[in-house]
Design a protein around this ligand. Structure first.
Ligand code: DGY
Length: 319
């Protein structure tokens, strides 16, 4: 029997699966586990099932000890894990791609609709008790039909968002490290462009790239100026891909029309400038937040940990 440390609350089905074979120490709250408590608990662990709120770095791996074999992140994004530090110590790191694709694309599209049709503003207005009445020019938004969606990062979630946009009559351009499979590109009618062209032609720019040194502040003051004044920026990937201070300034000055954000640069903090603006929709990192999706993520992470502990290859290693 191996020792498995689970760093936060996960669906019971995944814990049961782990407990059937191993000794499981799962943090059950309240709130997130503190760093000191985490360092203490991982000592002697053979597997760590981690949440994106916990930093898995050299210090933590050393605190766990040389018997540690796998870190199974319950997220597709793994910017909380120092993967080279894992590799140096012979620890396999895994993530949960695929199972959260549709849920995250739903939130991306929800933000596109909320920002372009001013749903947040409308909701706040009604709840404020202010008087309102239907009017020809009341809270006018922007239509999606015939407009262009620019997808930055055309992996699974980018493609799923593009598929939804196509159903809404949008044209698709994308920027990605690699060319789309020709069948998928034809199905979506998607054209690969560089970031400059994408920013210049898109009516909605949606970010779906991974976060790392190469994408830190990928969208800053210069990129915001390069967007159309009528365009919207959507982020369901990771907060620091956008320079949040630059975005608050651009939105305040009307350099772009609006934004929809599910993730934040210094999460859970939100730039105070954004909180004052009506033309940005803010939601608290809900991309994968459905019962079905979170269960599937936790089960996949458990499968990854179990596979490595039994000496086999994990289903979804971080390559
Ligand atoms: C992920 O899996 O990376 C998401 O951000 C979690 O919601």
């Amino acid at each position: 029997m191996s020792r498995v440390v689970v760093t936060g609350r996960v669906p019971e089905a995944a814990l049961e699966k782990l407990r059937a074979e191993h000794d499981v120490d799962a943090w059950t709250g309240p709130g997130s586990i503190g760093r000191d408590e985490l360092l203490r608990r991982v000592a002697g662990a053979d597997a760590i099932v981690s949440l994106l709120t916990e930093r898995i770095d050299g210090e933590l791996l050393d605190a766990a000890g040389p018997q540690l074999r796998v870190v199974a992140n319950v997220a597709v994004g793994y910017d909380n894990i120092d993967v080279p530090a894992c590799t140096e110590r012979g620890v396999i790191a895994t993530n949960t791609p695929g199972v959260l694709t549709e849920a995250t694309a739903d939130i991306a599209f929800g933000l596109i609709l909320s920002a372009t049709r001013r749903l947040g503003e409308g909701e706040r207005l009604i709840r404020s008790g202010q008087e309102w009445k239907w009017g020809m020019f009341f809270l006018l938004g922007s239509s999606l039909q015939g407009k262009t969606l620019g997808v930055v990062g055309m992996g699974g979630i980018g493609q799923a968002t593009a598929r939804r946009a196509k159903a809404f009559g949008m044209e698709i351009v994308y920027q990605s490290r690699s060319e789309l499979d020709p069948g998928v590109a034809a199905e979506l009618g998607a054209r690969r462009v560089d970031l400059d062209e994408l920013l210049a032609v898109s009516d909605v720019v949606s970010l779906h790239c991974p976060y790392g040194p190469a994408t830190h502040h990928l969208i800053g003051a210069g990129e915001l100026v390069a967007m159309k004044e009528s365009a919207y920026l959507i982020n369901t990937a990771r907060g620091p891909i956008i320079d949040e201070a630059a975005l608050a300034a651009a939105l305040g000055e009307g350099q772009i029309a609006g934004a929809g954000l599910d993730v934040f640069e210094k999460e859970p903090a939100v730039h105070p400038g954004l909180l004052e603006l009506d033309n940005v929709v803010l939601v608290p990192h809900l991309g994968s937040a459905t019962v079905e999706t979170r269960t599937a993520m936790a089960m996949l992470a458990a499968d990854n940990a179990l596979a490595v502990l039994s000496g086999g290859p994990p289903p979804t290693p971080i390559s």
